[in-house]
Every structure is written in C-alpha cells, then in structure tokens.
Ligand binder design. Structure first.
Ligand code: PDD
Length: 289
C-alpha cells in the first residue's frame, strides 16, 4: 500500500513530488482536475472522466499536450506503481510555469500531475445512518464568471462552503446557485425525493455534470424509478421524504439531516436504499463483473 505521484511522466514517492512555485496552477488556481477510482481493482468510467477533463481544459483555453490513450496509460501506470487494492486517482493539468502575473501567455508548457493512493473509505455509518448537510451561505459561481460545469483548480468558494459546514458540525454544505436555486454540494451532486420522485437540479442551474449523477439517472430510467431534473428552492426541502448525494468517491450517500432538521423520518429512505443497491449492480456492470 503506498502513494505515488506522477509529474510529467516521472513517478515519485510523495515526499519527492515537487513542482515550481511559479506554476500558475498554484498561483492562480489556473488548472483543471478529475477524480477517479477503481472498484474491485478495476478502472471504470475512465473515458467519461477524461472527456470531462478535456472539456474543462477547453473551457479555460488550456491545450492539453497529451492524447486520451496517453493519459489513460499514465493513470494506469501510476496506479499500478502505487499497488493498492483499490486506488484513488487525482489527475491535474496546470497552466504550467510562467511569470509572476496572471497573464497565462507566459506559461508555455502545461504540467501533468497524477496522484495515486489508497481509495477513500468513508465510515460505514455514513451509509447506514446518513450524513448531515447545511444549506451553505456560500454560493456556487455564476456561470458567466466561471462555469460550475468546469472542474477547475478554482474551488475556493467550495472550500469556504465545506469549512462553514464543518464549523457548524455538519458533513458538507449544500450550495445554492447565484440566483438562489439548489445546486450541489462542495464535491458531490445532490438529489432529494418528494412525492415518490427523485429530484435533482438540472445542468442549467449551474452544476458539475457528475459522472455518478449521470449513471444514477440511467439506473433510475432502467428500473422505472420516477425522476426529474429541475430548478428547486431550499423551501422545497421541507417536503423532502429522502435525500442523497453522489460522487465517484462516495457513490450514493444518504442525507438524513439538512440544517438541523431531519429529512423524512431521519433515516435513509426506501428509494435511497433501493437506488444504493441498484447502483452497486450498475458499478459491477461498469467494471465488467
Ligand atoms: N468531486 N460536484 C462537484 C462540485 C464535484 O467536485 C464533484 C466531484 C461532483 C461529483 O462528480 P462525479 O460523480 O463525477 O465524481 C459534483 C470529486 C470527487 C472531488 O473533487 O473529489
């Protein structure tokens, strides 16, 4: 079990993994990233994550100097060197080293950084009892400033939102869009159930198009579980019977309290538990088991 960091194709142990302080990724958050995971030792949805990485890069006019196959090869090589049963991968492409000012035109070579370490294991009781959210006072970005659909190194409002949630004794912050609609949590998408229907903010609200979210909606469709995407207000949560969040590292995690109030009866709901089971089966299908 170990951790390996790949910098521009060279593998390092964590204590030897260093980059220049003149990298605009560090100086200005001028970078893009993705988080992937393996399941039962196998990679899945690599293409979806790399597609989103290239899309994020395009969104900030960053030309990725690698092809798809090359990046996939580097991810797998780094994971193999780290030798964990299941691997957490964080792949970052920064603007690269440049002058000490925000103009990116001095940055001639983007840097590739890939972290491979043991996959995150959230405590079992998060899944059996659910987690608590607060509705954050910190909002997601207005798309015309920086699209929440891009996974960039510019996550400072999300950093502030999770810090606020932790300060208030919750696990995560549910962030609203600039115009007050429910958007997503700091590193996961959000769903709630009312009238027996799964409801999740639509992409137009200004959220990251989660790979897990997309597969959850496919699972709902395949199994005849009613769902809808739309624009919802925090007041709509008063009627929520259930809620859950999703991400690559968490899969489906029930939410049982929001801003100090129980969701439904305060336990993971029936539809949530059904979706958790169905999603596990979908993951096995995705890894080819
Ligand atoms: N976060 N929304 C935001 C803002 C995210 O950062 C993420 C992913 C998601 C879920 O996307 P996906 O299902 O593709 O993982 C939604 C990763 C896990 C992270 O930053 O660690």
């Amino acid at each position: 079990m170990s951790e390996i960091v790949n910098i521009n194709g060279n593998l390092f142990p964590p204590e030897k993994a260093v980059i220049s302080v003149f990298d605009h990724g560090l100086l200005f958050g001028d970078s893009v990233y993705e988080v992937l995971s393996t399941r039962k030792g196998r990679f899945y949805t690599v293409r979806e994550h790399l597609e989103r990485l290239f899309n994020s890069a395009k969104g900030i006019n960053l030309v990725v100097p690698y092809g798809f196959e090359e990046l996939e090869g580097e991810i797998k090589r780094t994971a193999a060197a780290a030798k964990n049963e299941d691997t957490y991968i964080r792949i970052i492409i920064t603007r690269g080293v440049g002058d000490l000012n925000i103009d990116p035109s001095s940055c001639l070579k983007p840097q590739l950084i890939i972290f491979a370490r043991k996959a995150i294991e959230y405590p079992e009781e998060f899944y059996s009892r659910g987690i608590e959210l607060i509705v954050s006072t910190v909002r997601r970005n207005i798309p015309e400033a920086l699209s929440p659909g891009l996974k960039t190194g510019n996550y400072l409002n999300n950093v502030l939102a999770i810090a606020e949630a932790v300060r208030e004794g919750a696990h995560d912050g549910l962030m609203l869009s600039h115009d007050g609609f429910i958007s997503e949590c700091t590193t996961s998408n959000f769903f709630f159930v009312s009238d027996g229907t799964i409801k999740t903010p639509s992409l137009e609200v200004g959220i990251l198009q989660g790979v897990t979210r997309r597969n959850i909606l496919i699972v709902a469709e395949e199994n005849g579980v009613p769902y809808e995407e739309g624009r919802y207000l925090p007041e709509d949560l008063a009627l929520a019977e259930e809620a859950f969040v999703s991400s690559t590292t968490k899969n489906i995690l029930p939410v049982t309290r929001i801003s100090g109030r129980p969701v439904g009866d305060g336990h993971p709901g029936e539809i949530t538990r059904r979706m958790m089971k169905l999603f596990e089966l979908k993951l096995d299908e995705l890894v080819g088991l």
